[in-house]
Design a protein around this ligand. Structure first.
Ligand code: SAM
Ligand code: SF4
Ligand code: F3S
Length: 464
């Protein structure tokens, strides 16, 4: 039997899709390159922006057509579905369609009503029902309704099959209620995964050839987990980083790089900066979402830090970790934002000089406080975002150009798609680098001298 995954949204969704994939693989399923010929198709959804939800709704229409062809119902035979038509030449081969993730959680009952062709709607709290769902598909049983009222359970392993870099969830949910954000409503309150379980997963990942892990949560700096479920005392994020670093050393793990995301600037404490400065295994790369450069807007967003606090934090980080690379998230066009606020954001960007940034224009989300405020016209939001993007493009180029001539540690990830003679790797600062070398180096760490910057990718040569 074969499965097909379509995953939208953040690292949490990527990790949760990977955990289900691990379950399927363990039961002997194989991955299908297309939904047209898969037994089971799973769409993992995101609600963060309206644009994300609209795209998913469009895809659901396509899957509805695909299911009709697979059941040999009517003639929804578009060119895209030709492969499916070929596949059912000798009779119907029904497709089981599952929708999981944040949009499934947000719309739950409405989802089933509006998209009756979806077989299972699995909210964020119901993922552990996947074994039963897979069993039912294997046995050709009819779909059942999934109970979504239980506590969140972390999967034991969330590695993406065949990847050298993978995500390790350490927290779930969010307590911050930024006034624009839907996450606390679809993911619930923060819970921290026991440190002992995190270490167990890390051991498994080492055996699966993983070389780099990223500890993930919506706000990893507020981690407060015990070693074991229900135990005391609790460990904070700085201690967790130290424990992970020590464990990797003691077990002589092949995992040589540890990252984490996302950090909330209000909770980023000095002890975390000190651990990063001390432990070589923790990458000198911090994703520190600022969202905005105006303290007035930050207050309206309920971010609970000011522009000054953020800039002081950046100064502290750069002083203690001089070679650090900083990346961020920025959102423009929040209700009430003025031209002066936009200038403050551009000015903050000039002071910090981010290596790269994820940049968005504000989208009102149903049920969030900011959606009830008077909205700026979409063209204004988009134009302001464009100014931020243009400045970031300049900064990325400036920051990356400075690195030409340096020799950098690189994790070799695979053969370059554009040029089969080249390998593609990733630096500690999360930059892409292409260089000619033997494919036997894939999955290892090598030193590469950067010779050139081409777009957003470095070119280089193996250093002797
Ligand atoms: N927990 C992370 C933090 O506090 O920075 C953010 C996680 S959120 C999944 C990723 C990014 O989506 C946010 O940093 C924000 O920039 C953006 N985002 C969230 N809600 C949004 C909205 N309503 N409109 C546009 N962008 C949004
Ligand atoms: Fe959303 Fe704010 Fe929580 Fe991040 S910290 S997930 S932006 S509510
Ligand atoms: Fe989207 Fe849910 Fe992540 S809303 S960004 S998939 S937590």
């Amino acid at each position: 039997m074969t499965y097909f995954f379509e995953t939208y949204g953040c690292e949490m969704n990527i990790a949760e899709s990977a955990a289900v994939e691990q379950l399927l693989i363990a039961r002997g399923w194989t991955k299908s390159e297309s939904a047209q010929t898969a037994t089971l198709a799973i769409i993992n959804t995101c609600s963060i922006r309206e644009t994300a939800e609209n795209r998913i709704i469009g895809r659901l229409g396509w899957f509805n057509g695909l299911k009709a062809v697979r059941e040999c119902k009517n003639g929804a035979k578009t060119k895209m579905l030709e492969e499916a038509v070929e596949y059912v030449k000798n009779g119907p081969k029904p497709l089981t369609l599952v929708v999981m993730g944040c949009m499934a959680e947000r719309l739950l009952k409405d989802f089933q009503k509006n998209f009756p062709f979806v077989d299972y709607v699995v909210g964020t709290y119901a993922k552990h029902h996947f074994s039963e769902i897979i069993e039912a598909v294997e046995e050709g049983r009819k779909a059942f309704e999934v109970d979504d009222t239980e506590n969140y359970k972390f999967a034991s392993v969330s590695a993406e099959p065949g990847h050298f870099s993978t995500f390790v969830p350490i927290m779930h949910g969010c307590n911050n209620f930024c006034t624009y954000c839907i996450v606390p409503y679809v993911r619930g309150r923060e819970i921290s995964r026991p440190a002992g379980d995190i270490l167990k997963e890390i051991d498994v990942l080492g055996k699966m050839n993983v070389r780099e892990i990223t500890l993930i949560g919506q706000n990893v700096n507020s981690y407060m987990g015990a070693m074991k479920e229900g135990e005391n005392p609790c460990i904070n994020f700085a201690s967790l980083l130290s424990i992970v670093a020590e464990h990797l050393r003691q077990t002589k793990s092949p995992i040589k790089w540890v990252r984490f995301m996302s950090s909330h600037p209000k909770d980023f404490t000095d002890d975390v900066i000190d651990v990063i400065a001390k432990e070589d295994v923790i990458c000198r790369h911090i994703h520190l979402p600022v969202q905005h450069g105006s303290s007035r807007v930050l207050k309206a967003m309920n971010r609970r830090y000011t522009r000054e606090h953020y800039l002081d934090l950046v100064k502290k980080i750069k002083t203690k970790i001089p070679e650090v690379s900083l990346t961020t998230d920025i959102m423009m066009g929040f209700p009430g934002e003025t031209e002066e606020d936009v200038e403050l954001t551009l000015d903050l960007m000039r002071q910090v000089k981010y290596e790269s940034a994820m940049m968005y224009f504000y989208n009102p989300r149903e049920g969030t406080p900011a959606s009830k405020e008077k909205q700026l016209p979409v063209e204004v939001r988009k134009e302001r975002l464009q100014r931020v993007i243009d400045l970031q493009i300049e900064h990325t180029r400036e920051q990356m150009s400075k690195r030409v001539g340096k020799t950098v540690r690189t994790l070799v990830e695979g053969v370059s798609r554009d040029n089969k003679m080249e390998l593609l790797g990733q630096t500690e600062r999360h930059e892409k680098i292409a260089f000619e070398a033997s494919s036997s180096l894939i999955g290892t760490f090598v030193d590469v001298k950067i010779t050139q910057l081409s777009g957003n990718t470095f070119r280089g040569e193996i250093a002797n």
